[in-house]
Structures are given as C-alpha cells and as structure tokens.
Design a protein. Structure first.
Length: 133
C-alpha cells in the first residue's frame, strides 16, 4: 500500500504541468490494473478541495466530478470512503464548506444528531441539529 499525496491528484486534475499529469495518469492506470494499491487520507481530500477551489477557482461540480473518478477507481483506498463520498456530494450539492460537509457525513455515519456550532451552514443539512452553546 502506498500513500497518495494531494499534489499528485491536483496535478492530474488541473493538468497545469502536462508531463506530471501524464505520469500521474500512468500511476492511476497501474492502480486500475491492480499493479499498485494507493491510499488517500481523508485530510488529503480536504486539501485537494481547498486548493482546487481557492487557488484554481474550479466550481464545486467540477471538483466533485474529479473526485468521483478517484473515489470510484479500483485499488485506490480511503480511510472512510463512504463518509468522503457523502461529504463530497454534500459539499457540491448543498453549497457548504467541505469540512462542514465532512462533519455532517461523519455524524450520519455515527448516528450523531447534534453539532455545537455557530456556523449556520449546518442548518442547510437535513438530519443535523445545530445548537449554540
């Protein structure tokens, strides 16, 4: 198993360096063939989203499209695949920050109903009760 850093996926998605993007694509092709197993940490997904949104100014649906390709690639593993999948969908579809979407997905996964927060984005999400201390 090998850890996959955010910059590999970003290079692949944005193709700002064609040579690096091509080499990243070859790595993913090896993963698809089962020649290499890759592992992505949850925090790396957050970094990818932050960079693609804030630096590259990609819209949420494009970011979601890019990430869905990776999430559904064989031999690419995640700490919490279903939480990431839910969070990416919520981030794109509900227009909330990814970290809030991730927390909401984690809460659903653990059957947690309440979050203490001043962030009203949680009010956009069904099944989540936000309380202020």
């Amino acid at each position: 198993m090998n850890i996959l850093d955010a910059n590999i996926l970003i290079r692949y998605f944005v193709e700002d360096d064609k040579d690096k993007a091509d080499r990243c694509e070859k790595l993913f092709e090896k993963a698809i063939k089962g020649e290499v197993d890759l592992y992505i940490l949850d925090i790396v997904i957050a970094e990818i989203i932050w960079v693609m949104d804030s630096f590259y100014k990609l819209n949420r649906l494009k970011i979601k499209e890019c990430l869905m390709k990776v999430i559904n690639t064989p031999h690419i593993n995640f700490q919490n695949r279903y939480i990431i999948l839910d969070a990416v969908n919520t981030y794109a579809d509900k227009n909330v920050d990814f970290i809030d979407a991730y927390q909401a997905a984690f809460m659903k996964n653990k059957n947690i109903k309440t979050v203490f927060s001043y962030d009203t984005d949680f009010d956009k999400l069904s099944g989540i009760e936000r309380e202020e201390p």
